[in-house]
Ligand binder design. Structure first.
Ligand SMILES: [Zn+2]
Length: 431
C-alpha cells in the first residue's frame, strides 16, 4: 500500500525550514522525499498545507480507568487525532492511579485496542499520588513509562521529591512537576489579584507555583535528574527556568495554549470553563510565557487536556473542578496566537508540538526522515473556523474558546501510513 502526499510544504523541525516536497509512504514508513509522481500510489493532495511530523502532546488527561463519564481512552485517542496529535502522554491521576506496572499496562492495552493515537502512560511519583510514599519507579519504568508525575498536586515534601529525583535518575525516568505548593494555594479558585478580589473569589498566588519551580530546580541541580515543569504560567516561573537553563540545570518546560492566550479577566463572567489549574494569570504573566516560547526558555506546547462532564462544571465557580478541554483547539490556538501574531515561525510552532516533546521524552520522533514511521499531520495554516464544542470527539465540552474564530487547523492525520483523518474528519477506523 502506497500513499503519496503531494504538493505540501514539509516542515523541517530541526533546521526550522519549510521545504516544498512530496512524501511517499510505503509499508507505514517514509519511503521517499522530493519531487515525486504518484503512479500506483493513492494521492493525498497537500497544496497550501504544511506537512508536519505527527504531533505529540506531553500532557493529556484521558480519565480512564475510573472517570469514564469524563473521557475514555477511546474517545480521548480519537479527540487527539482530530486535534492533529498522533501520540499523547496520559497523566496518571486516574482511579486507580497509575502507580504500578499493572495500571500502566492496562492503559497501554486499552490504547492498542482503541487504535487512533498512541498513548504513553505517565506514572505517579508517589503511591496513590498521596505525597507520602514513593511509587515503585523501577516497576513503572519496566512497564514502559517514560516519565513520572503527581500531576494535579504538587509534591509538598522536599525530602520526598529529592528521593524521587534520585531514584528517577537511577531508573532513567524524567520527573514532571506540577508546581503548586498547596499551603499557599489551598481553597483558591482563580489567580490571586484584583480580579479575584472584585469577583469575591479566593485567589491562588503566583508564588504558590514559583516556590515549587525554584525548589524543584534546586533539587534537579543537586540530583541531575531530568526535570520537566508542567504548564508553566507565571513570569517568575519563566524567569527561574531561564536562569536555571543558563546554569546548566537539566530542566525543560511546557506551556498550554490557554495560558498564552487568556488572562484572568476571562473569569469575569464566572464561566466555570475558565477555571483551570494553574489558573489563568495576569497580562504580565502571559507576556512572559510568550517571551519564553519565543526565546526557547519554554520548550514545548502541551494541552493539559482535562475533560469534565457538563454536570460537574455547571455549579458555582468555587465548587467546579479545574480543567479545560484542549486537544481539539491546541493547533489553531498555536497558529492564531503564536504564528499569525509573529511570536514564532510556522516551523518553530510545529517543532513546539512535535520535535520538542519528542526530545523531552527521549523519543526518536518529531522529524520527517527517510525510513521513519509515517506519522504525519497536515495543517492548513490559513483555514478559518469557529470553535464548536458540540463537534468535539472528546466527551468533554468544557472550553472557554467556544465560538472563537481561529485560523490554522489540522486537516489530515496519517499514522503508520494509515489515513486517520482527512478533510478535518476522522476516517472509518484505525484498526
Ligand atoms: Zn497539572
Amino acid at each position: 500500500m502506497k500513499l503519496l502526499i503531494k504538493g505540501g510544504q514539509v516542515v523541517d523541525t530541526v533546521g526550522l525550514r519549510l521545504i516544498r516536497q512530496d512524501v511517499l509512504i510505503e509499508d507505514g514508513l517514509v519511503a521517499a522525499l522530493g519531487n515525486l509522481d504518484g503512479e500506483d500510489a493513492e494521492v493525498l493532495a497537500a497544496e497550501g498545507l504544511l506537512v508536519a511530523p505527527g504531533l505529540i502532546d506531553l500532557h493529556t488527561h484521558l480519565r480512564e480507568p475510573g472517570y469514564e463519564a469524563k473521557e475514555t481512552i477511546f474517545t480521548g485517542a480519537r479527540a487527539a487525532v482530530r486535534g492533529g496529535f498522533t501520540c499523547v502522554q496520559a497523566m496518571p491521576n486516574t482511579r486507580p492511579v497509575t502507580d504500578s506496572g499493572a495500571v500502566a499496562a492496562f492503559v497501554r492495552r486499552r490504547a492498542m485496542e482503541a487504535g487512533w493515537a498512541e498513548v504513553l502512560p505517565a506514572g505517579a511519583i508517589t503511591v496513590g499520588q498521596e505525597g507520602r510514599e514513593l511509587a515503585p519507579l523501577g516497576e513503572l519504568k519496566e512497564a514502559g513509562v517514560l516519565a513520572v508525575s503527581d500531576d494535579g498536586h504538587g509534591v509538598v515534601s522536599a525530602g520526598l521529591m529529592l528521593n524521587a529525583m534520585r531514584y528517577a535518575r537511577m531508573c532513567g525516568l524524567m520527573v514532571i512537576s506540577h508546581c503548586e505548593d498547596a499551603t499557599l494555594s489551598a481553597g483558591g479558585a482563580m489567580n490571586e489579584g484584583y480580579t479575584a478580589t472584585r469577583l469575591g473569589l479566593k485567589g491562588m498566588p503566583a508564588l504558590a507555583e514559583e516556590v515549587m519551580v525554584a525548589r524543584d530546580i534546586l533539587l534537579a541541580g543537586e540530583t541531575l535528574c531530568r526535570l520537566h515543569i508542567a504548564h508553566i504560567s507565571t513570569a517568575g516561573s519563566v524567569r527561574a527556568v531561564r536562569e536555571a537553563k543558563a546554569r546548566g540545570v537539566p530542566v525543560t518546560a511546557e506551556a498550554t495554549p490557554h495560558h498564552f492566550t487568556l488572562t484572568e479577566e476571562a473569569c469575569e463572567g464566572y464561566d466555570t470553563d475558565t477555571k483551570v489549574n494553574p489558573p489563568l494569570r495576569g497580562a504580565r504573566d502571559v507576556a512572559a510565557v510568550l517571551a519564553g516560547l519565543a526565546d526557547g526558555t519554554v520548550d514545548a506546547v502541551a494541552t493539559d487536556h482535562a475533560p469534565h462532564t457538563r454536570a460537574e462544571k455547571e455549579v458555582e465557580f468555587d465548587l467546579a473542578p479545574f480543567g479545560i478541554c484542549g486537544l481539539e483547539t491546541a493547533v489553531p490556538l498555536v497558529f492564531t496566537e503564536l504564528v499569525h501574531k509573529g511570536v514564532v515561525s510556522a516551523a518553530r510552532a510545529v517543532a513546539l508540538l512535535s520535535r520538542e516533546p519528542a526530545r523531552i521524552l527521549g523519543l526518536p520522533a518529531g522529524v520527517i526522515t527517510l525510513g521513519a514511521p509515517a506519522d504525519l499531520t497536515l495543517i492548513d495554516p490559513g483555514l478559518e473556523r469557529t470553535v464548536d464544542p458540540a463537534s468535539f470527539e472528546s466527551k468533554g465540552r468544557n472550553t472557554p474558546f467556544s465560538g472563537r474564530r481561529l485560523t490554522g487547523w489540522p486537516v489530515a492525520v496519517v499514522k503508520g501510513g494509515r489515513v486517520l483523518m482527512r478533510d478535518g474528519k476522522l476516517t472509518a477506523g484505525a484498526n
